[in-house]
Design a protein around this ligand. Structure first.
Ligand code: ATP
Length: 236
């Protein structure tokens, strides 16, 4: 498996707040890698930086061997790094179908957009049933599915998911995680930020625990699910 995304010794500041402190991790081709950690650990900052919203002060970030440490948001979208931010943020006055179409705004091949929307509906028949319903009237879980499907329509090479389970009932979390597995099965590489370690370790191949802006524990999902420190801190 070749490494696609690699962060080496990355520091990120917000003014004087030292949010990422020598963060290093990697994501291999086709992997689902999860970043776990408590509030304020630096997970959201990591994803925001990977989509070019914030700039690392030092360290390096490479994507498929190319340095992207200083890349702009639009360059990163062009490379296929697609971010589904925390809190879903779908367009509430647009229909489900319109939201999905928007996901393909930078895709030139219109037939490909239609095919990916079709695939999204196959994976989530519920969205097909609600394709003409306004986004704002959907349940939280349905909105999360639209947000993820919209990113999928953009043809992600690396899907950056920020807390997709947040605020959802356990059964709905399970459905969202199944959707993530299905997208992974299509060959998409995924970086999944989660506070819900239990759910994340079920879909992830590997995971990193982040505390105060750096990695403190890492391993395969199978190993971490059995790790006493992880169980006590995150699965207890
Ligand atoms: P959460 O799950 O609560 O979002 P997180 O692990 O994603 O937590 P971050 O949101 O990345 O953590 O925050 C990391 C640190 O950076 C925190 O100390 C936070 O207060 C700080 N921080 C985040 N965003 C900003 C900002 N825009 N300005 C100043 N400080 C910030």
């Amino acid at each position: 498996m070749s490494i696609e995304l690699e962060l080496t010794d990355v520091d990120l500041f917000y003014g004087r707040v030292h949010a990422l402190q020598g963060l290093s991790f990697s994501v291999g081709e086709g992997e689902v890698v999860s970043l776990l950690g408590n509030n304020g650990a630096g997970k959201t900052s990591t994803l925001s930086m990977l989509s070019g919203l914030y700039r690392a002060k030092s360290g390096s970030i490479t994507w498929r061997g190319a340095d992207i440490t200083q890349a702009k948001p639009w360059d990163l979208v062009e490379k296929g790094l697609i971010h589904v931010p925390e809190g879903r943020r779908i367009f509430s006055t647009m229909t489900v179908h319109e939201n999905l179409q928007l996901g393909g705004y930078q895709v030139k091949d219109k037939a490909l957009i239609a095919k990916r929307i079709e695939e999204s509906y196959e994976l989530m028949p519920r969205l097909f049933e609600r394709r003409n319903q306004q986004g704002g009237t959907l349940s939280g879980g349905e909105q999360q599915m639209v947000a993820i499907a919209r990113a999928y329509v953009g043809g992600p090479q690396l899907l950056l998911l920020d807390e997709p389970s947040m605020g959802l009932a356990p059964l709905v979390v399970k459905q969202v995680m199944e959707l993530i597995s299905s997208i992974s099965a299509q060959g998409t590489t995924i970086l999944l930020v989660e506070q819900n370690a239990r759910a994340a370790l079920k879909v992830a191949d590997r995971a990193y625990v982040i505390e105060s802006g750096k990695v403190t524990i890492s391993g395969t999902a199978a190993e971490l699910s059995k790790d006493r420190a992880i169980i006590e801190a995150y699965l207890g």
